[in-house]
Write a protein that binds this ligand. Structure first.
Ligand SMILES: *Cc1c(COP(=O)(O)O)cnc(C)c1O
Length: 381
């Protein structure tokens, strides 16, 4: 780095100065803090952040600066990280299956909230975790609806079993709560409607008033240009349905967004290595790098193509197959992507909304994946 400047006005300024041949993720702390405020002001309850979606320390410290003081964690590594970067923040250990040594670490680090979806794992918690002042949230699932893929495939008890577990939690002296995750990138608000009403049914069936209802992550980020997420609508629905379903026994609400909190604060710039015979696009990053999620939950079409002198390509669009840099033939973006017809070798493609499940899952497969991170004020001009 030859320049002393460390915060760029926007990605194009850095690209013009360095013409990087490796992919770069641009991080805008101001965008992250604005999103955090949107959750803190809009969500009718406690806002926590799901660390797994982007565990970068600067992400956590910017969230703390914005006022977030609770974190959904899944492993000793994440608990140590939160303890270091956000000392005193609440940790919700919402990975329903844990080894005994992991539970011991959580107790040592002062974790006071655990989720559970099975009798065997509840047995372990009852044995190892002091009950007084500790919350156990029973995680349940419904047949999937609305989300990009099925979270219930791995975790969550059915409603009947959840009621039995909830009774056991209360009987063992823990603070009883309920949680669910409607599935990631859940664009259908009615998923929360169904889950919240079923949660009220579970509490009634168990005869256990619950302290808190954690409505999960799953809040959508902006992936498709024409489909902007409607967070306010989802917040209002959660508030209204909780009232309707629980009445006087309304629990305190908790949410734990990962994707919707962090996605918008990163833009990924990849460079076009080649347009093979003016047809296939070969990028310097792909599904083993920052674009790992696209084949799993669908493409992000918020893409700008910039020439090497950083002017936008504006030619008539044509659909293209886009490949990543490795020699693995699955290293390809799903389908065909409409891109400007005048794009050329050496151009940059900017993928917006790339902050979630990108830095967290990059590999160095085939020697690629050396993604730089730069800080910007903004992604706009
Ligand atoms: C991954 C995860 C989240 C975050 O999900 P997003 O879809 O990224 O919002 C929240 N809670 C739990 C328990 C998770 O495993």
């Amino acid at each position: 780095m030859g320049l002393s400047k460390t915060i760029w006005t926007k990605p194009a300024e850095h690209l013009l100065a360095y013409h990087p041949d490796e992919p770069v993720l641009y991080f805008a702390p101001a965008v992250l803090q604005a999103t955090a405020r949107k959750f803190l002001e809009g969500f009718p309850g406690l806002v926590t952040y799901a660390v797994k979606s982007n565990p970068d320390e600067v992400v956590l410290s910017n969230l703390v600066a914005a006022g977030v003081n609770g974190f959904d964690v899944a492993s000793p590594f994440e608990m140590e990280l939160v303890s270091r970067v956000a000392p005193g923040a609440a940790m919700h250990y919402n990975n329903p299956v844990r080894s005994r040594s992991e539970i011991a670490t959580a107790v040592r680090l002062g974790c006071a909230s655990y989720s559970v979806d099975s009798h065997s794992e509840l047995d372990k918690l009852i044995e190892m975790v002091p009950a007084a002042g500790t919350e156990i949230t029973v995680r349940f699932k419904l047949p999937v609806s609305g989300a990009a893929y099925n979270f219930g495939a791995k975790f969550g008890a059915d409603a009947e079993k959840a009621a039995v577990l909830l009774k056991r939690v209360a009987g063992a002296g823990f603070i009883p709560s309920i949680t669910f995750h409607p599935g990631t990138q859940c664009t259908d608000p009615m998923a929360w409607d169904a889950y919240i009403r079923k949660a009220a049914w579970i509490a009634a069936e168990a005869g256990v008033p619950i302290a808190r209802l954690n409505v999960g992550g799953g809040f959508p980020s902006h992936r498709l240009a024409e489909l902007a997420p409607q967070l306010d609508e989802i917040f209002a629905l959660i508030d209204r349905v909780t009232d309707e379903a629980f009445g006087a026994d309304r629990p305190v609400l908790v949410c734990e967004p990962g994707r919707a909190m962090v996605a918008e604060s990163y833009t990924l710039a990849v460079r076009i290595k080649a347009l093979r015979d003016d047809d296939h696009v070969f990028m310097n990053d792909g599904i083993y790098g920052g674009l790992a999620e696209l084949p799993l939950i669908g493409v992000i079409d918020r893409i700008e193509v910039l020439s090497p002198d950083l002017n936008p390509r504006q030619g008539a669009v044509r659909p293209r197959i886009c490949f990543g840099p490795t020699c693995d033939s699955v290293d390809r973006l799903p389908g065909e992507i409409a891109l400007p017809g005048d794009m050329a070798e050496g151009d940059y493609m900017l993928f917006h909304g790339m902050g979630a499940y990108s830095t967290a899952t990059v590999t160095r497969f085939n020697g690629f994946g050396n993604i730089g991170i730069e800080t910007v004020y903004s992604f706009k001009d």
